[in-house]
Design a protein around this ligand. Sequence first.
Ligand code: NAD
Length: 498
Amino acid sequence: MVDYGHFIGGKRVAGTSGRKQDVMQPMDGSVRGTVALASAQELRAAVENARAAQPAWAATNPQRRVRVLMKFLELVNKEYDELADILAREHGKTIADAKGDIQRGLEVVEVCIGAPHMMKGEFTDAAGPGIDTYSMRQPLGVVAGITPFNFPAMIPLWKIAPAIAAGNAFILKPSERDPGVPLRIAELFLEAGLPAGILNVVNGDKEVVDAILDDPDIKAVGFVGSTPIAQYIYARGCANGKRVQCFGGAKNHMVIMPDADMDQTVDALIGAGYGSAGERCMAISVAVPVGHDTADRLMEKLIPRVESLKVGPSTDSSADFGPVVTREALERIKNYVDIGVKEGAKLVVDGRGFRMQGYEDGFYMGGCLFDNVTADMRIYKEEIFGPVLSVVRAPTYENALSLVNDHEMGNGTAIFTRDGDAARDFASRVQAGMVGVNVPIPVPIAYYTFGGWKASAFGDLNQHGPDAFRFYTKTKTVTSRWPSGIKDGAEFSIPTMN
Ligand code: NAD
């Protein structure tokens, strides 16, 4: 049994609020341990530590700061298997997928080693007689991140790495469902040379989130999670004068054109729809074949693939996907399937009855596939976040494009085609933040930015890439004049370059 507390001031500390909750092991439904739920006072202790440590860290030259990130990469690489094991046990995803979760986080750490370059300002020589203008990026101070259960390594690292590389102190509030890896990440950063107090992990629920949003010393909050919580955090954080970016839920469509190679398309779709039990914000949850013939050809190949998906415990290296995160999530997903049936969609593969032999208490379900889904159905409009794929048949390309554009969410989308003109038109006109052309999960590489549109994101800067440095720094612009002209006398009208 594990008993997770917090990581404050460079060490693991037990919770003092008296509140805790169980951490489950989804693959067998057992209780793996507990996690402490912090009070506002415990958050305050973390903020005080962060505030005290931050000025010296900001004053450390940026190349020295990023050497900590280099060392961290080395330490994680030594402990990859152990971290993946904890991650898979607490989340439910397979070990191979857990390694991908860690790797996508490390790729952002690698890019943040370029922080000295990313932090460089601009300079204009002789902007006026004897006048130079330059800008500099400075850290905000103490900043925070609130992250979801579905990528417990990747998303914390997307936030921690740019924030600390830029000279901030960081407070992470990870998901209470899988806190093991975030806590270990904090320890490894300390081991890599990060000063105590620069990275704190405070576990908890709404109580500590509200304390973060209301704390006057926390200058910025980066959130990833479901859309209703994203909206709440954005509103409350902004009302308190903070810089806030919130990434929310998704309903990602894959448009399949008549000329698409159907074998490649189905290969891509099966992984993107059912990998990680559909618990990815970039999972494809809606397939949109264009034309009846395309739809029929798709279903002919897709149905047997969904029927033969291999569900297994997280430790089974041959499993396509594992259990979902909690019993409540399992019930919610099955309930959506019931709703889809009632709404009149055709359930062509039904995974609701799946039982995992030897793991009867685990949170498993098989892949479900709906055909003839329409835009007015709840299973189309709402995020299910499980191994359920809906097929919406579109008569024309324009109709398919409108479906994507009219949906409330706009995280990612993809088009499968062999026609460059259709692909270009789609990339240009589609209303979503990340677009794949024959790529089903177009998560941008670490040196580009990640973020959705519409109800999938609130705030104006994306995660990772150059935007992360813009989010975690403030710009200062200096206009300086050194020549003797400064002694010429007072100037009462606003200076211009005329
Ligand atoms: P969630 O919204 O339930 O929780 C996210 C975080 O918010 C957690 O740390 C949680 O403790 C906290 N939280 C939950 N309820 C709260 C409340 N009432 N008040 C304050 N804080 C609260 O999300 P989840 O179930 O952990 O993650 C899945 C969701 O995250 C999905 O909707 C998925 O699409 C989304 N997601 C989005 C992205 C993206 O980049 N857009 C990436 C990953 C996941």
